[in-house]
Design a protein around this ligand. Structure first.
Ligand SMILES: *Cc1c(COP(=O)(O)O)cnc(C)c1O
Length: 349
């Protein structure tokens, strides 16, 4: 492992102009499930996976993923944020689509290993870029009948990604699309599986073609309540209260969970409940939240079918509470403010 498999020259990486793309790094880590048990962790420099054409992940969507980041901090250390929560969510997804669960311990061990092995790809603090960590779990054994696979591959790769806000923290317009649903009330929306993304591609393209940042889904059954927005959860702020949807078809965002705690720490009330679409008119601020942006503040939400436009930000600027929550969470991720809830783990000292 002394030989670097990759000729990527450090000097050629323009950290602050990275997009949310893919760049080859030195190593990924893999672990195989065979004969009813997970094996040893393997270090790999191949970017491809040899796979049987009848693998269940290819035909029946036995596929789950996760997403988190490693942050190069001003104190020089490298931290990851709440990876225990990613491990727990992956375990929940595994129960949801009948895949074998991986322990939190093994998940964290593999996260730490892949980050350390690719240290030279962790962007410097000043660039605003981070190292994106992508765990993937797939059913690999051959089968034509619809049953869970006997064998699985869990792997984690990393790739440096640029800052979400290139021109600074700013608001964006969003659009409610009623024509498509990404998930059903008792479907797989609560699991992080690729199928939900396939189901969202058309609405997502439609939103982008119309000049919106992202599409919003209403609950699939009644088309009355706010669900979530593309690959991010939704929250609104009013009367010193953080309000976020309670729904059986949205993905439980770790960023949202963290923001709820920080809002309580700031003395705000937190409500998890159904949010009727018309209530959008009453919010002082609102945002989409997830690992990629932390918070993407919302300028307005248009409803394509009813032609209503809910203006959230009157002056087009992010509101003070969104800004405060955003800065607080980022400062914890970067080890700048005390981590009172024990959310970060130092991976490289
Ligand atoms: C991953 C994801 C999110 C955001 O979750 P975080 O843990 O905050 O990154 C929200 N919605 C969907 C559909 C997702 O897949």
């Amino acid at each position: 492992m002394t030989k670097r498999p990759n000729n990527q020259n450090m000097k050629e990486i323009d950290w602050s102009n990275l997009s949310f793309g893919y760049m080859k790094t030195d190593y990924n880590v893999r672990c195989y499930y065979r004969n009813g048990a997970w094996g040893e962790i393997e270090v790999c420099s191949e970017e491809t996976i040899p796979i049987h054409m009848a693998a269940t992940c290819l035909h029946y969507g036995q596929e789950a993923f996760e997403g988190l980041k490693a942050y190069r901090c001003p104190d020089g250390k490298v931290r990851v944020f709440r990876s225990d929560e990613n491990a727990a969510r992956l375990q929940s997804t595994c129960r949801g689509i009948l895949m074998p669960e991986l322990s939190t311990e093994k998940f964290n061990e593999m996260v730490d290993k892949v980050v350390r092995l690719n240290e030279r790809f962790i962007p410097p603090y000043e660039s605003g870029a981070t190292l994106y960590i992508r765990p993937l779990l797939i059913g690999t054994s051959a089968q034509v009948g619809v049953h869970p696979a006997q064998e699985y591959l869990f792997l984690i790769f990393v790739t440096p990604v640029g800052p979400y806000f290139k021109g600074g923290f700013a608001t964006n317009p969003y659009v409610i699309i009623r024509e498509y649903d990404r998930s059903a009330p008792l479907g797989t929306g609560i699991y992080k599986v690729g199928g939900n993304y396939a189901a969202s591609l058309r609405a997502n393209k439609m939103a982008h073609d119309l000049g919106y940042s992202c599409e919003f889904y209403l609950d699939a059954k009644e088309k009355k309540y706010m669900d979530e927005c593309g690959a991010a959860n939704f929250f609104g702020i009013k009367n010193n209260t953080y309000v976020t949807p309670k729904s059986t078809s949205i993905l439980p965002s770790i960023t949202n969970k963290s923001l709820m705690q920080l809002a309580m720490d700031l003395g705000m009330k937190v409500e998890r409940r159904q949010i009727p679409e018309e209530e959008l008119a009453t919010f002082e601020e609102a945002g989409a939240c997830g690992t990629a942006a932390v918070i993407s503040p919302i300028e307005r939400i248009d409803d394509l079918d009813t032609k209503q436009s809910f203006i959230i930000s009157k002056n087009g600027e992010p509101g003070p509470i969104c800004r405060k929550l955003y800065e607080k969470l980022r400062n914890i991720q970067y080890g700048i403010e005390p981590d009172e809830h024990g959310w970060t783990r130092v991976v490289i000292e």
